[in-house]
Design a protein around this ligand. Structure first.
Ligand SMILES: [Zn+2]
Ligand SMILES: [Zn+2]
Length: 429
């Protein structure tokens, strides 16, 4: 009996510190082994990738490892279909922080397990204020009801804590979800039938993108207390903030299914005033600066004409990120995606399997490269890889095929927890 108790204690005891360290190192090694190294040619350009270490819990430590450029992509799910041991279901996080404003994070797709992926990454739930769904297939959507329930709950608790601590309520917070028609009905029914309690101070707005069949369809489901149907928008520009514009176009995936690709572009900054040159020309900081920043010449009180070109210069080039969902033909997105800095494109299968890819409405690695080439993009991230491509050899083949059709070396194989910062002014190569 005593021996039995001792054995039970031994089994439930925490492993000694040295053993724990060995386990953590082994898991890290496994993580790195599954992530093939980028070749030297990619490293020489301004395209760099970083692995967000899910074992390093500290958000600050994780971000300290790389420069913050104000625009960063993090792959949270790079698998096709359901989650696998190597890859989670589809999700890409885009962290933005333009023009010195507070940083925010937008998610593109929300596959099963996204909540846990966000928790394991340095991304904060509280920073996520927009989610874009490319299409209503389960591997891009099944994580959304759970994510919203967790988000609403977190917000409620956060507000309660602030209310107690500071004696005031921070007021309701909002999250907007954009996606094809039917998204609102889907969320209403899943949240209602799974008895998620409505939260009054954590509102989720749903904006649907008009389907090809009916532009004025009304939601059929009984509304859920936390969800607000915010209307139906046409494809094209769907979000305009002071710093960013989001546009979308319908792409080809499966018959009778609306699928979209999204383009996030920074708003161009006004021209930069060269203070020293302006002072020499007789200008002092004031309202005239605004005319010069808009590229207009100004006339001083003594009649002197100051040319905008002489005292201002172009500001940093606005960056453009393209995120394409499942597709076998995304050519409708090319005009919007033109001159993109980075394209995230699915590469479910190899070029040799193009018939199978076409039948299922998916792309090959070569197809992803061709889209990036047509869009004159500077870099390409391959994602949505089939679980059969788990070996380094298979993945390398995908990258080579994409490089060949892209005509550039800047092709990265997406992997979970991989972060890609886009430098200010975009990629130079
Ligand atoms: Zn998919
Ligand atoms: Zn799909």
């Amino acid at each position: 009996m005593r021996r039995c108790i001792a054995m039970r204690r031994l089994l439930h005891a925490a492993p000694p510190a040295r053993q724990l360290q060995r386990i953590t190192t082994a898991r890290r090694d496994l993580h790195d082994a599954r992530a093939p190294r980028q070749p030297p040619s990619t490293r020489r350009s301004s395209l760099h990738t970083y692995t967000v270490d899910p074992f390093v819990r500290s958000r600050r430590k994780n971000y300290r490892r790389r420069p913050w450029t104000g625009l960063e992509l993090t792959c949270l799910g790079t698998g096709a279909g359901g989650p696998s041991v190597d890859r989670n279901a589809a999700c890409v996080a885009l962290r933005l922080d333009a023009h010195g404003e507070q940083s925010t994070t937008w998610l593109f797709d929300c596959g099963e397990g996204t909540t846990r992926q966000v928790m394991s990454s340095p991304i904060s739930h509280a920073d996520i204020d927009r989610i874009f769904i490319t299409h209503l297939h389960g591997d891009h959507l099944w994580g959304l009801p759970g994510f919203l329930a967790t988000w609403s709950d977190m917000k409620t608790n956060e507000n309660k804590i602030k209310h107690i601590r500071y004696g005031r309520n921070q007021g309701p917070r909002e999250l907007t979800v954009y996606g094809p028609e039917g998204l609102y009905d889907y969320l209403c029914s899943t949240l209602t039938y799974s008895q998620v309690p409505p939260r009054s101070n954590a509102a989720v707005k749903v904006v649907e993108i008009a389907s090809s069949e009916s532009a004025n369809r009304n939601p059929k489901q009984k509304p859920h207390g936390s969800l607000v149907h915010s209307g139906i928008v046409e494809e094209g520009t769907i979000v305009e903030t002071s710093t960013h514009v989001v546009s979308c176009a319908r792409i080809v995936h499966r018959p009778g299914l609306d699928a979209y690709g999204f383009v996030v572009e920074e708003v161009a900054l006004p021209r930069k005033v060269l203070v020293e040159e302006a002072r020499r020309a007789g200008l002092t900081p004031g309202p005239l600066y605004q005319h010069l920043q808009a590229g207009q010449d100004v006339v001083l009180q003594d009649g002197t004409v100051v040319k905008a070109d002489d005292v201002t210069q172009e500001n940093v080039r606005p960056r453009k990120v393209v995120i394409v969902g499942d597709t076998c033909d995304a050519s409708a997105l090319v005009p919007l995606a033109e001159n993109a800095d980075i394209v995230v494109h699915e590469a479910t299968l190899e070029d040799e399997q193009w018939i199978l890819a076409r039948r299922h409405g998916h792309s090959t690695a070569g197809g992803a490269g061709r889209f990036a080439a047509k869009a004159k993009a500077k870099a390409l991230i391959l994602t949505h890889m089939s679980s059969r491509h788990h070996s380094v050899k298979h993945l390398e083949r995908l990258r080579e095929q994409a490089r060949k059709s892209f005509g550039r070396q800047e092709v990265v194989l997406g992997r979970d927890f991989m972060a890609v910062p886009v430098p200010r002014g975009g990629f130079t190569t």
